[in-house]
Write a protein of this length. Structure first.
Length: 88
């Protein structure tokens, strides 16, 4: 079973529906990347314009910084633990 695991030293700036921005931790589950929201998690999806989408249509990720997080061929952020180990 893949559990949600915090990505060490990863941070995201999130814009909520009402325009409020907040800083959050980032999590992985397998190779997918998530942010916490309302007692659960939202998957970060592909970048459109200046922001990344999420699995909630009204919440966007303005930017993030996370070692080991790359983008796949269609622009979704993915966590690659092997990339993180290679950089060390």
């Amino acid at each position: 079973m893949n559990l949600f695991t915090v990505i060490d030293d990863a941070v995201a700036i999130v814009r909520l529906k009402n325009g409020v921005q907040k800083q959050t931790k980032m999590y992985s589950r397998g190779d997918r990347v998530f942010i916490p929201h309302g007692g659960g998690y939202l998957r970060i999806t592909a970048k459109f314009g200046d922001t990344f989408g999420t699995s909630h249509p009204d919440i966007k990720v303005e930017e993030f910084e996370a070692a080991g997080v790359l983008t796949d061929r269609i622009g979704h952020p993915v966590f690659r633990a092997a990339a993180l180990r290679a950089a060390a």
